[in-house]
Design a protein. Structure first.
Length: 93
């Protein structure tokens, strides 16, 4: 049976078609990522981003602090998600 299997493999067409399909899939761009990036730079979310950056600088500037920027991060992410939710559904079929 091993010889027959080798003959089958020798007669198989090359796997170029599968590689082409994989390359086509790699070219796809997720529109959500672009929308999210635009929302991160959006004027409405810019205030939350500035608060987060200020908090991060404040926390990293201290050696011993119990302060975290969790609330600022959540506020910023909530703003970005809310902004993107309105726009991303335009791309959904």
């Amino acid at each position: 049976m091993a010889i027959d299997d080798e003959r089958l493999f020798e007669n198989d067409p090359p796997e170029e078609e599968e590689e082409e399909e994989e390359e086509e899939e790699e070219d796809l761009v997720d529109p959500r990522e672009e929308v999210m990036e635009n929302c991160r730079q959006d004027g409405h979310c810019a205030g939350f981003k500035q608060e987060l950056e200020a908090c991060t600088e404040r926390v990293t500037g201290r050696s011993h602090t119990e302060e975290t920027c969790t609330q600022e991060l959540f506020d910023f992410l909530h703003c970005v998600d809310h902004c993107a939710a309105e726009k991303v559904f335009k791309h959904v079929k």
